[in-house]
Structure formats: C-alpha cells, structure tokens
Ligand binder design. Structure first.
Ligand SMILES: [Zn+2]
Length: 122
C-alpha cells in the first residue's frame, strides 16, 4: 500500500467508535497490516499521533522508542507503574529501563535502544 492510500484509510479508521463491519473489512486489514509492516506508514502515523499529543518525539533516537515511552505515561505525563502493557520506562535523569512485571518496581536498566540500537543519552 502506498502512503497516500494509507493516509486516506487512516483518516477513516483512526476515528473512534467505528462500526464493527468497518473493523472486519478487508480494507481495515490492509490498513492494519500496513501500519505494522510498512515502515513509511508506521512512521507517518506515529509521527502524526505524537505531534497531536504534543509529545517531544524528536528528542528520541527513533519513533519506536518515542512511541513506547509515550505509551508508558499517563495523561499527566507520569509513568504508569504496574501497567502490564508498558515495555519501557524513561526517567527524568535520562535513564531508560525495561520494567519487570512481577508486582514490584524492578526494572532492567538499558544503555542501548532495543529498536534501533543507538546508545541512549543520559
Ligand atoms: Zn531507538
């Protein structure tokens, strides 16, 4: 799928409360596949989402890191400790870590981005 077609589909499928038929359509499957498999589509959609939220994505090594750090925060910008869908944490001191979901606050500190491999700045 080319990016222009993806943008058209995104305008429709990114709305809230779509009817079930829309989410079961072949077009939705194609849109969803492009989001996950086409880097241009993923980058465009993720940039749009982070821009809209006012998230400072340009200060991250890559969009995957920016998107996952954004997902780790609540509406007040605080880390969602204990949320099992959080896979990366970033602290104000510039430290990054992978939370261990064992009910405590343990994490594995990391020095390199797990997605792009860049050394993480402190
Ligand atoms: Zn990265």
């Amino acid at each position: 799928m080319d990016l222009e077609r993806f943008k058209e589909l995104h305008a429709y499928f990114s709305q809230k409360d779509l009817p079930r038929e829309a989410l079961e359509s072949a077009e939705y499957n194609a849109y969803s596949d492009a989001m996950h498999e086409n880097e241009d589509c993923y980058n465009w959609a993720t940039t749009e989402k982070l821009k809209k939220k006012g998230f400072d994505y340009q200060n991250y090594c890559c969009l995957m890191m920016a998107d996952n750090v954004d997902s780790s925060l609540d509406d007040n910008g605080e880390i969602r400790y204990g949320a099992v869908d959080v896979i990366i944490n970033k602290w104000d001191e510039g430290l990054f870590g992978i939370p261990i979901h064992d009910g405590g606050t343990s994490m594995v500190l990391i020095n390199y981005c797990p997605w792009c491999g860049e050394k993480l700045k402190k």
